[in-house]
Write a protein of this length. Sequence first.
Length: 280
Amino acid sequence: MPESVEAVEMQAALLRLRRTSGLPVAFGGLLSDRRHARIAEVNGARTAALRGLVISSGSGLGGKSMALSRPCAVTDYRSSRHISHEYDTAVAAEGLRSVVAVPVVVRREVRGVLYGALREPLALGDRTFDAAVAAARDVEQALVVRDEVRQLLAAGRPAPDAAPGAAGAWEDVREAHRELRALMPKVLDPALRDELLAVCGRLASATGAREPGGREVRLAPREIDVLACVAAGATNAVAADRLGLRPETVKGYLRSAMRRLGAHTRLEAVVAARRAGLLP
């Protein structure tokens, strides 16, 4: 079964947190509902005590971080008077003492929590806090991308009764296709990426514009990305900004796509790509 975005992004964030902070243990998870987060990923642990732990908002260090929507830390977890101690058994089993917790916040909504910890009661410095916040932001950005993809997947499918001549409807489809293509490189979850590619393919062929018996044209994914931006009226500079590329790189992809399509202008390339069923 493909790993979820939670597993892929959380694993990468926890690994980065350990590498950049020097903390030996990192763990975290996303909210299962508005008040509870489940610790789904653990890196550097010696036991299984932390995995699967459900953290309630306001309880323990992570719950306090979730409730306040800001990073929180303790120098010695077991003796701290600033947190409740519902999770002492699991923390003690892993031998954790100095702990930092950082919420994952997306558009002002807490979506999860990350922890980093030492097995010694030592004060955590700014470098550690910065590393923990950066790791939480990695997960935040991944969730933003996932949310945008899900919204586009829901809104981008053409209505069953939408006719190719319905200009407004098809412009919406084309814009959804362009936005989905632009998000593609940011999606690390294999299952979500496969779904994204499949929907892009359906959107591209939705008009039924591919000419029967015509020459099959294959373009590189980035060439299609650039053409999708060009089809929406973007200049090379705007396309570069949307795709995270240099303008010169966009120009190179566009030239290559035009050559493959036998086109002499940008407009001809877009028309040819639509006829080939590569763009909606």
